[in-house]
Design a protein around this ligand. Structure first.
Ligand code: MRU
Length: 338
């Protein structure tokens, strides 16, 4: 199994996703600020994975904290890393809740229990993804190609993955499928991470550039699209990696089912619609440069929204660990959450 993130005696160890697939190197964070930096710089990325990282960052920070007041400083630093994936805030809230339960215990007990909680969040995430996989596998048409975007795999989670978890479970159930992965400009999570992961598992995978998706969706070869999510509003609107919206529109136009695989912790029912989801804007250099090499003239004006919102009318179903939600999502998602 690919180990995305682990708690060790030396610190929080993460596979460095900025260097994959060229190098398989691990980063050891020994303080919460290092964890925050790893999240911001995308050493670790993907909604569930950054939730686990934040929980471990809090546990790590409290090992060195000199007073209880530092708890909120640590939580705030981790909350300021990336704004879109709600799993980050979900994990911080869970650690806050655990901390309030422990408040009257000894410092040694608090430190030990916060580590245990963060490790538990990691283990639960793997189990959740396996469950999402089981719930989604039957939706995948046998003998066809599955198109996915970005990386919603083991690397984006504590293990197994959400969208890639559904694909893994479909393959394990005996379905003969192959995968098309969009390269996912500008950060190339599809080219660098999804293809690497699928090669690891010997699942047949083909890399395409983002602008080839329409061509293949029209060809009849693609049986369905499966993607992950960073935040899902109460009405079923889905924030995910930039380019997901275009893919969903193309899928509908060509009569191809569009599935979203995500844990319940990705649902944000406090938001009525996707218009309220904060969209992260990232550095222009991600667009103007590829691996440090400029691909645009100096001084080019750039926009770099890291995510877009797919309106719920394009989503065929949302696969969670508690079951599969279909339209009307305001009802089906509310039921799953409660
Ligand atoms: O910017 P990233 O790489 O963190 O974006 C990741 C995605 O958009 C994923 O599709 C999403 O987080 C789901 S991961 C299971």
């Amino acid at each position: 199994m690919i180990e995305t993130i682990q708690w060790t005696d030396a610190g929080v160890v993460m596979i460095d996703q900025t260097r994959l697939p060229r190098e398989e190197v691990y980063v050891t964070c020994t303080g919460y600020q290092q964890v925050a930096h790893a999240i911001r710089s995308m050493v670790i990325r993907g909604a569930p994975a950054i939730g686990v990282a934040a929980a471990m960052g809090i546990a790590l920070g409290m090992q060195h904290a000199e007073s209880a007041a530092e708890f909120e400083t640590i939580c705030d630093a981790l909350a300021r890393t990336r704004p879109t994936a709600v799993n980050l805030f979900w994990a911080i809230d869970r650690m806050r809740h655990r901390y309030s339960e422990l408040r009257h215990q000894s410092v040694a007990d608090i430190r030990r229990e916060l580590i245990a909680e963060a490790q538990q969040i990691r283990l639960e995430d793997i189990a959740t993804n396996e469950c999402i996989g089981r719930n989604g596998a039957s939706l995948i048409p046998d003998g066809k190609t599955v198109l996915t975007h970005c990386n919603a795999g083991a690397l984006a989670t504590a293990g197994f993955g959400t969208a890639l978890g559904v694909i893994r479970a479909a393959v394990a159930s005996g379905k003969k499928i192959d995968v098309f992965a969009d390269e996912t400009r500008p950060f190339l999570q599809g080219a660098r991470l999804t293809i690497w992961e699928l090669q690891h598992d010997h699942i047949p995978a083909t890399l395409i550039t983002d602008n080839m998706a329409g061509h293949f969706l029209h060809s009849g070869r693609i049986g369905c699209v499966v993607v992950g999510a960073d935040r899902i509003a109460a009405n079923g609107d889905v924030a995910n990696k930039i380019g997901t919206y275009s893919l969903a529109v193309l899928a509908k136009e060509n009569g191809v089912p569009f599935y979203v695989a995500a844990p319940i912790s990705t649902l944000d029912v406090s938001l009525r619609s996707g218009d309220q989801i904060p969209i992260e804007q990232r550095a222009a250099s991600e667009v103007t440069h590829v691996h440090g090499v400029p691909v645009a003239p100096e001084g080019a004006t750039v926009e770099n929204p890291a995510f877009d919102v797919t309106p719920h009318r394009y989503v065929t179903a949302i696969v969670t660990e508690r079951g599969v939600a279909r339209a009307p999502y305001s009802e089906s998602l509310r039921k799953l959450v409660s």
